[in-house]
Every structure is written in structure tokens, then in C-alpha cells.
Write a protein that binds this ligand. Sequence first.
Ligand SMILES: [Zn+2]
Length: 211
Amino acid sequence: MLSFNKINYLCLFVGILIFGLNIKYQLSLLWLLVLGLLWITITVIGIFHIRWNYFVKGRHCGSKTSGKIALTFDDGPNAKYTPIILDLLKEYGAKATFFCIGKHVENHLDIFKRIIIEGHVIGNHSYCHSVNYGFLPKENIEEDIDECNHVVKSVLTKKPKLYRPPFGVTNPAIAKAVESLKMTCCGWSIRSLDTRATSSNQIIKRVNITS
Ligand SMILES: [Zn+2]
């Protein structure tokens, strides 16, 4: 599987090779530019595709033969939607993992407690879910994850072990922070993209649910 380190070493090796071939056989140095563009392309795809495990190895699905699915919900607790989801899960006797945002937990403690009481798993989805999360240095990300952990711990009495990065974005800084806090990075195998959907049918089609 591709990883950031492997690609870096491979590109370095090929770069030295191109340089050597330039000296011996006058191979055009434009190949270095091609190599650089290829490195940028792979790295950008790796940043936005958490399932590649490009920067950090994570969990994105269970056994394909188990016939089971794991439901996860991000960005809560939300005053409007989380109670509806909890009602539905209760109705069907299902459990899920809620990747919560620390500041939302503080704002909706009653809903957060209900998630716990009803037996669902709590994951860390950052404290502030800032839009520039992917540009933050390792120290700030570590601080942010830890802040959410503390908010969760103040109610749950234990820190969450699972972490889902905001927007599913990973990079070397996020990888180092996750490693340093000994958390398990979680992605997904199917993404509903419900925040961009204009109808429930669109979501149903995306998650490939047949009625
Ligand atoms: Zn999110």
C-alpha cells in the first residue's frame, strides 16, 4: 500500500536517478518537474482519501464477509438531528458510534448524556472542527484533540480511543498528533455526504440502500 514515507523515498530515488542519467546521457531535467508534479498529485489525493492510509493507518471498515455494518455519525451532538437519530436507533435496536465535536458536547450536555446512556460509542471529532484544520501544526492539533478528550472524559469518565479527523483530512501533522495521543484513526467505507444532499433520496442512492 502507498504511504507518504514510501512515496518520498521512491521519489528521492527516482530524482537521483534522473539527475545521474542527465549527467551521463543528457536526459532532460524536465523529468524532475514531471516527478515533482506526480508527487504533489499523489500527496493531495492522500490528504483527502483517508482510506488510503497514506499518512496514518486507520480503520475504515470491518470484515466484508461478516454481513454487519457499523453506523457512524459526525459533528454532534446536534439539538435538532441527534435526538431523531437516537429515536430511530432505539426503534431498530441498533447501536452506532458518534464522533462528537468537543464544543458541541459542552453546548448540548443533555443530548450527549443520552447518547452514552443509550449505549452508543463515543469518538473524538476534534474540539472546534475549524475550517483550517488541515493547515494547523501538530501541536495545535494535539491540543485540540486532547481538549475534546477532556470534555468527553468529564462526562464519560474515560477518554475516547477513536478519532475521526474533521473533513476526513489527514496529513503528517495530524498523523503525528494521533500517534502521540495513541488514538485510533477512523474513516469510512461509504460516505453519505448528507451535508451536501438536497433530498433524502440522494443520500439513499449514495449509501446504496435498497428498499
Ligand atoms: Zn465533521
